[in-house]
Ligand binder design. Structure first.
Ligand code: ADP
Ligand code: MG
Length: 314
């Protein structure tokens, strides 16, 4: 079967779309892949906090002042994020923007943010201050900042899949910086080992027409005085989350939902995270800092770690 793939940089990461098809010509497939790339670059342009002309930057500048007219996609992803914030009791909260910015600066300067600044930034975190009204979005408190880093890749991966489906492509694989969607025949994917270098899997997972989204503390972090500070923050403490988890991978239909939830669950930890997954009827793999691995019942015969022990949860 012919395989054609394309990799491009957007949303702060490398994105790959691979198509396996025997009916369309190489030119036709390449055209579809180009269309996907254009769409994802468009999302980058709308969602990025690093672009002054993005819709999110405009919302942030208008916080406490006025509503901003946005694209259907921006209001859609924000709406989903608000739902996930509610259901995770704020463990996932896209109004963490100013706190995230503080920690990005800390990483660049290799020092911790000062507590005063952290307190100020934490006081600005509250997803209930997001106002959605048709195609208008606003933040009711001055200084508040949205950051879609915890959900944008999932949203984009779903959109890429939709384009492939619309074109009648039956076999494909999408990997947007660790946010994976596989469709067509069953596929095996590697689940990153949080304690090994990038690319070394802890085990393999069999999936069929599903998305798999992973959040972990091992990809993006800095070290200071022997302590590791990673990029997923607990809005309640202002610090990188410290729930005992080193990595969590979730499977389901909607990458957008899984993306927000994997960030939420990573903050919430094993027990409350499992409860949240249960509410959403989703399955997951939890890897603890202690080295223990837990899987939900639906993945028990799909996740394989070789000889290593896997604990069934529940
Ligand atoms: P990755 O982007 O590394 O694949 P995640 O999906 O877990 O992993 O998203 C991490 C990103 O989410 C961070 O870089 C940041 O932009 C954002 N983020 C971090 N903590 C939170 C949080 N508690 N709520 C919402 N977004 C967060
Ligand atoms: Mg996420």
């Amino acid at each position: 079967m012919r395989q054609i793939q394309k990799t491009f940089f957007a949303l702060g990461t490398a994105n790959t779309v691979a198509v396996f098809d025997q009916e369309l010509s190489a030119e036709q497939i390449t055209k579809v892949l180009d269309r996907i790339k254009l769409q994802i670059l468009r999302f980058d342009h709308m969602f990025s906090v690093f672009r002054e002309d993005s819709e999110i930057a405009e919302i942030n500048r208008s916080a406490g002042k006025n509503m901003v007219k946005v694209s259907r996609e921006t209001s859609e992803v924000i709406k989903k994020a608000v739902e996930l914030s509610k259901n995770s009791q704020g463990a996932f909260d896209i109004t963490s923007g100013s706190l995230l910015r503080l920690w990005r600066k800390a990483k660049r300067e290799n020092r911790l943010p000062c507590l005063e600044d952290m307190k100020r930034a934490m006081n600005l975190i509250n997803f209930r201050n997001i106002v959605l009204d048709g195609d208008q979005v606003g933040l009711s408190q001055k200084g508040q900042e949205l950051d879609l880093g915890g959900i944008a890749k999932g949203y984009a991966a779903d959109a890429a899949k939709q384009i492939l489906m619309d074109e009648g492509i039956a076999e494909g694989f999408i990997n947007f910086g660790g946010t994976v969607i596989a469709f067509g025949s069953p596929k095996q994917i590697g689940i990153q080992n949080p304690f090994a270098t990038t690319g070394v899997p802890a085990g393999t997972l069999k999936i069929c027409n599903q998305a798999v989204v992973t959040s972990g503390d091992y990809e993006r972090f800095f070290e200071k005085d022997g302590q590791r500070y990673h990029h997923i923050l607990n809005p309640a403490t202002g610090f990188p989350s410290n729930s005992g988890l080193a990595g969590v991978s979730l499977t389901g239909d909607l990458a957008c939902e899984l993306d927000g939830l994997s960030t939420a669950v990573f903050v919430m930890g094993l027990e409350s995270g499992m409860k949240l997954l249960n509410d959403y009827h989703l399955e997951g793999i939890f890897m603890e800092e202690s080295g223990a691995t837990y899987v939900t019942p639906g993945l028990a015969d799909k996740f394989n770690m070789g000889k290593k022990e896997i604990n069934n949860y529940g």
